[in-house]
Write a protein that binds this ligand. Structure first.
Ligand SMILES: [Zn+2]
Length: 233
């Protein structure tokens, strides 16, 4: 199941075509057309395919903006992924607990936002471990995923750090724009099924844009999932 999701996320239409080809070879019993007929024809063709997307937020928690974001997400029943900076998690432990209580996925973003490829491997391992330990102390769960700051990652880190790196497919450039409409427009123009969107919950414009993006994508029929459901190893 996970593999199928990954394939779908990676290959989009190709995976669907492959599925149709396989099903046709098996006698067509599972083709989309027959399935629609089986459930009474209620499904509208073209809208029956599930579209999923993951919002990810780096660098927090921020005492004001992350709190606003959590409230907005709770109202909408949407789950996202947070990659926490250890130093900020230390200062805002109740928000980390809230994230966990609300069912968001929590990952590691290093203790002080170090570029992991430009520092000693040993000290980067310490930074990751310190952050993971802190998150575990607060939530009871050890993170399984890391978002390397700047996306900087290499084979040495891959071998030394026992966390799965999570990158992104849509960069909102929210830190650069700091403009709600511009962020929103950029993401909504680029987004497609299976995307992982990069944002930062340390700007008020990012939080406002994120909640508007959520509303628009819900209207467009998207389902929000946590990043672990969309990553391709
Ligand atoms: Zn960052």
């Amino acid at each position: 199941m996970k593999m199928a999701k990954k394939l779908l996320a990676a290959c989009g239409v190709d995976a669907v075509l492959l599925g149709i080809l396989i099903c046709t070879a098996l006698g067509g019993r599972e083709s989309g057309k027959d399935r629609e007929a089986d459930i009474g024809g209620d499904a509208v063709r073209g809208e029956s395919e599930e579209k999923t997307v993951a919002l990810t937020f780096d660098d927090g928690p921020h005492p004001v903006y992350t709190k606003e974001l959590l409230e907005g997400l709770r109202k909408r029943g949407v789950k996202v992924t947070f990659f926490l900076m250890g130093a900020n998690a230390q200062e805002n432990q109740e928000l980390v607990q809230e994230m966990a209580d609300d069912g968001h996925l929590i990952g590691n973003h290093g203790y002080r936002h170090e570029d992991m490829t430009k520092n000693q491997l040993e000290s980067m391992c310490e930074s990751i471990e310190k952050t993971s330990r802190l998150i575990q102390e607060i939530t009871g769960n050890e993170p399984e995923y890391v978002r390397p700051p700047y996306g900087s990652w290499n084979e040495d880190l891959e071998e030394a750090i026992d966390l799965t790196p999570v990158f992104w497919s849509v960069d909102s450039l929210d830190w650069k724009y700091e403009d709600t409409d511009q962020i929103k427009r950029r993401v909504l123009e680029k987004v497609k099924n299976g995307d992982i969107i990069l944002m930062h919950d340390i700007f008020s414009t990012s939080v406002d844009a994120a909640l508007e993006i959520v509303d628009t994508l819900l209207d467009r029929g998207y389902t929000f999932v946590t990043a672990d459901e969309l990553i391709v190893d």
